[in-house]
Design a protein around this ligand. Structure first.
Ligand SMILES: [Zn+2]
Length: 247
């Protein structure tokens, strides 16, 4: 792990990456199936599925793939976006925080049906050096929340606000670095490493604190089972489908 990465949390929209990956697999298969009708169908299919994919990619998913939508949390402040064009807000300048869910509906291009999109938006006030108060918004997620880059922690808008308040309310950089270190959840590499056991020893269990359903290695004693997302020990009991093997 890079030392630089250790001192910050990068919140990314990982769901859309999965959807893109899924589309890249499904569309060529759909195209091949369409082509079975007859050779001209290949051309029509290529145009149709190509445009369909570009439309989906263009509308929401392309934005998610770029780093410009990431939220970077450091001991100094929060960066909305990475690199060029990013906005930096110092923790000292952060005022009130609250969240709302925006609902918007888009009629689909084919004319039938509407797509309802719910976006969690975080509002935050800043008081800059000129003491003027400004209210800013962060389009947090259209997928319920965000993941910490390379880690298992899942952040809803409410969890982000809780984190921002803790970082704002302490002046100690050491304490902020501690909050950041503890706020990432398990690394994806560690999560996968933990699950190198037969499938009956890695059931999906529910975390009673954050509600995430993730796989756990039940060969490890219960005292070692902590939620990869939030670190809670309040984990549901495994249902024993293979009692002799899961004992
Ligand atoms: Zn949890």
């Amino acid at each position: 792990m890079h030392e630089d990465e250790d001192t910050k949390i990068i919140l990314e929209k990982r769901y859309s990456r999965k959807i893109t990956g899924c589309m890249l697999f499904v569309l060529p298969v759909a195209w091949l199936v369409t082509g079975l009708v007859g050779p001209p169908a290949y051309l029509v299919g290529a145009v149709f599925y190509g445009l369909l994919f570009l439309a989906l990619l263009g509308k929401y998913i392309f934005k998610d793939l770029s780093d410009s939508e990431n939220i970077v949390i450091t001991s100094v402040g929060v960066h909305l976006g990475e690199g060029f064009g990013s906005i930096k807000i110092d923790w000292r300048d952060l005022g009130e925080l609250y969240t709302k869910t925006h609902t918007s509906s888009h009629s689909s291009s084919s004319g039938h049906g509407e797509v309802v999109v719910e976006t969690d938006v975080i509002y935050h006030e800043t008081k800059g050096s000129d003491q003027d108060e400004h209210t800013h918004t962060i389009d947090f997620s259209q997928w319920g929340g965000r993941f910490v880059k390379d880690h298992m922690a899942f952040y809803t808008a409410a969890r982000v606000i809780e984190m921002f308040k803790k970082l704002r309310d302490t002046t100690s950089v050491k304490e902020r670095l501690e909050l950041i270190k503890n706020g990432k959840g398990m690394s994806i590499a560690e999560y996968k490493e933990n699950l190198q056991v037969p499938f009956w020893n890695r059931p999906y269990l529910t975390c009673y604190d954050c509600g995430s359903e993730l796989r756990y290695n039940t060969k490890l004693p219960q005292s070692k089972r902590t939620c990869p997302s939030c670190g809670s020990k309040e984990i549901s009991e495994p249902i024993k489908i293979f009692p002799d093997k899961q004992a």
